[in-house]
Ligand binder design. Structure first.
Ligand SMILES: [Zn+2]
Length: 302
């Protein structure tokens, strides 16, 4: 019992300090003065976009974050900080929410929790009326669409802890003809949906390169996406390539950035040949064109 007296005094002392210096003492209690959080491009993020989350602090041996119920694993880099990707669902509710970062200096002790507000803004997505030809109208069946998208979303749930990517590049040079996230109405209200990728203009047969190093985890025909390839790049980052005229890889195959994985085509539900390029981070479809603007750090040395 006698040991409790100094602790009680310490707590009273801290409470007095908290009254006198509220910010400083709260930081002392959580240890958060030692942990800094940086978000690139910033603390305000549009729906469907991704930020690079950097955490710095002495002697961190493990780090994680949570935002809107999603766990974000953080990984050490070659410059001594910990990084991960904060991906915002295109359906996330706009407003301010709390990003919690958990850091451990020893796994025997509970983590330090450092929090900061992050604001989700409306995505500013466009609205698109799309006219699908009569012969492809069966592809507007809602059940068929749900099955097609469910199959892809199940693949997107995988998280490979190993990092295979270093950087990401556009799979083909072509110009963007349709941006990510658009609200789509097909054949005057027969079906509504969201645009889950970025469309690039290209002619049939244009070679499609892997956006980064990774492992092929899906390579088959789907009714809406047509001939579709998904590459797992590690850390919960996957890229998808749709409507291909030809698939040139098989599941399980390791590919390098720029390696030809297939050819542009017009398979599946299309108005004409193009490449539909998708990206998923931590299970969310995100804007791949915006992801390309992030300054991705190099991996930690082995
Ligand atoms: Zn598309």
């Amino acid at each position: 019992m006698s040991k409790q007296l100094p602790s009680a005094l310490l707590i009273v002392g801290l409470m007095v300090l908290a009254t006198l210096f509220p910010v400083a003492s709260l930081q002392a209690q959580s240890g958060s003065q030692q942990v800094s959080i940086t978000l690139e491009p910033g603390d305000e993020l549009r729906q469907g976009r991704t930020a690079l989350l950097r955490v710095q602090g002495p002697d961190i041996v493990q780090a994680q974050a949570t935002f809107l119920g999603t766990m974000i694993q953080l990984h050490p880099t070659n410059v001594g900080d910990w990084v991960g990707f904060l991906a915002i669902s295109m359906d996330a509710t706009p407003g301010e929410s709390t990003l919690d970062v958990f850091t451990w200096t020893t796994l025997e002790q509970p983590p330090t929790i450092t929090s900061r507000p992050v604001t989700v803004l409306y995505g500013e997505f466009d609205s698109q009326d799309i006219e699908i030809s009569y012969s492809l109208e069966p592809l507007l069946d809602p059940e068929l669409n749900a099955e097609n998208f469910d199959r892809i979303e199940r693949v997107h749930q995988r998280t490979t802890p190993e990092r295979m990517f270093t950087s990401f590049v556009q799979p083909i040079p072509g110009p963007v003809i349709s941006a990510f996230g658009g609200f789509r109405v097909y054949n005057t209200d027969q079906l509504t949906g969201r645009h889950t990728g970025v469309d690039y203009r290209a002619v049939v047969g244009t070679p499609v390169g892997a956006a980064s190093d990774g492992r092929v985890v899906f390579a088959e025909h789907l009714p809406i996406h047509g001939n579709h390839v998904i590459i797992d790049h590690g850390w919960g980052i996957l890229t998808g390539y749709s409507h291909l005229s030809e698939i040139m890889v098989v599941p399980g195959q390791l590919v390098r950035q720029g390696e030809i994985i297939g050819l542009v085509g017009n398979t599946g539900r299309v108005q004409g040949p193009h490449l539909h390029w998708e990206m998923a981070v931590n299970g969310y479809w995100i804007d791949a064109a915006q992801f390309l603007t992030l300054n991705i750090p190099l991996p930690a040395p082995e």
